[in-house]
Design a protein around this ligand. Structure first.
Ligand SMILES: [Zn+2]
Length: 466
């Protein structure tokens, strides 16, 4: 498989550190607010990556953080802890805030049919590991103290900023004008922040340097290395994390171990909404929940995301979502027709070649830096071909392990659902005859929940796939 590596800025042949095994760290959410569709896109992209690796028979271990402390409102180690700030605004405890928005996050993950990671780690449960890591950095002479905490001295690392291609000299020039606190270098960052004497924090811990809390970056370094080892294969996240968060994760981890931290950096590009960047001031943070409330299938949004390459900026529009829903429903409805076919027919030479051709094309598309738009085009080519339906069904079941559009399930459940729906339809007709309208309506609802539509026509009730 070929994959783009932000570290080299090149599409590279993927070679795991250990044969047949892949360790992936997924940069998780800071749980102080609702997840929006931009997050949904980022996590769908990493989900597709993980699905492809599993499809290619790698034994994949996935780890994700839940940041519930230490992420400040300002990237330059100033400002407030996002969790504590939200707790104050909502008049709740930081723990309640974390629980509430973590739940919202997992709901979004489920609605988008994203597989849950094998290991999920909450930052507040790994304080000991973070302190240990800072101690290791201290022993290596990479840490200095200021009046508000312990800082990483980025000038001590030769390749600091390599991931982001940071212009260190330029930044120094800029900082001379700006004059920053007590930092030795403008790129230095906090490993441990001391609690302020004027304000009582909800979340703080004892440490060799005083009572305080960890920096955001140290969380990811400590938790990823704990579960995946000092060096691992892939680290994912949004491109906005390249210049600061991921750059600093590399500095801390490689500073402590002297080994390469991550072999491949996988970054997902931004999602715009109707041509604009999502921002607090524009109030255009759209949630998956809202899309569902408008009557869309959440997997139509997933389908829409698959029509764009993960490294390309994407623009969400309602029109685009409508078109995606139409495409997705059509695909589902065609696939559902194949479910009941149980016998394989012998393939003619021509059809066999066609089948092998589309199989190869699909594999080539996903192995080519996850070219999902191309993979979807192959899906449609296969759907429209004269390959027998039994074979089409087998292909779609297999490919859906990558797509995650529940297509295999649609085909598999078809027979069972059709029988159930038939039963319900009969029952409803009887109820209608007896003028039990409410109960009849209840049945209609049940049928609709199974993904069907009921229409009462002059000729009787017609059931269609939604
Ligand atoms: Zn992270």
């Amino acid at each position: 498989m070929k994959i783009y590596n932000t570290l080299s800025r090149k599409v590279e042949e993927f070679k795991s550190l250990e044969k047949g095994k892949v360790g992936i760290y997924i940069c998780g959410p800071t749980v102080y607010d609702y997840s929006h569709i931009g997050h949904a896109r980022t996590y769908v992209n990493s989900d597709v990556l993980i699905r492809v690796l599993k499809w290619l028979d790698y034994d994949v271990k996935t780890v994700m953080n839940i940041t519930d402390v230490g992420h400040l409102t300002d990237d330059a180690d100033e400002g407030e802890d996002k969790m504590e700030k939200k707790a104050r605004v909502e008049k709740k405890s930081a723990k309640e805030i974390a629980e509430f928005y973590t739940k919202d996050f997992w709901q979004m993950i489920k609605m988008m049919n994203i597989n849950k990671p094998d290991v999920v780690c909450k930052a507040t449960e790994y304080i000991k590991e973070m302190i240990e890591l800072i101690k290791r950095l201290e022993e290596k002479g990479l840490v200095y103290k200021t009046s508000d905490g312990m800082y990483f001295d980025t000038s001590k690392l030769k390749n600091y900023g390599e991931l982001a291609r940071l212009d260190i000299e330029g930044l120094k020039e800029g900082a001379r004008v700006e004059k920053k606190l007590e930092k030795k270098n403008p790129t230095d960052f906090a490993l441990w922040k001391l609690s302020s004497k004027d304000e009582k924090r909800q979340m703080e811990w004892d440490s060799p340097w005083g009572v305080g809390f960890p920096g955001w970056h140290i969380e990811c370094s400590a938790m990823s290395m704990k579960h995946l080892g000092d060096s691992f294969d892939i680290h994912t996240g949004g491109i906005e994390h390249i210049p600061v968060h991921h750059t600093n994760e590399i500095a801390q981890s490689e500073g402590a171990t002297g080994e390469q931290f991550v072999k491949y950096w996988f970054h997902s590009n931004h999602l715009m909404v109707e041509g604009k960047k999502m921002s607090k001031s524009l109030k255009n943070f759209l949630r998956v929940e809202e899309i569902k409330k408008k009557g869309f299938d959440c997997l139509s949004l997933r389908y829409l995301f698959l029509t764009g390459h993960y490294r390309t900026k994407m623009n969400f529009t309602w029109k685009g979502l409508e078109a995606a829903e139409e495409g997705y429903r059509k695909l589902k409805s065609i696939v559902s027709e194949w479910g009941g076919i149980k016998t394989r027919t012998n393939l003619s030479e021509e059809k066999l070649q066609k089948l092998q051709g589309v199989s190869l094309k699909f594999r080539e598309a996903v192995e080519n830096d996850l070219n999902m738009p191309q993979a979807l085009a192959v899906v449609w080519e296969m759907v429209k071909s004269n390959i027998p339906e039994y074979d089409k069904w087998e292909l779609i079941e297999d490919w859906d392990r990558v797509l995650g559009l529940n297509l295999g399930q649609v085909a598999n459940n078809k027979q069972q659902i059709t029988n159930e729906v038939e039963e319900l339809k009969k029952k409803r007709e009887e109820l209608r005859k007896e003028k039990k309208w409410e109960e009849a309506d209840e049945i209609k609802k049940q049928v609709e929940e199974k993904g069907f539509k009921m229409e009462d026509t002059a000729a009787g009730t017609v059931v269609k796939i939604k």
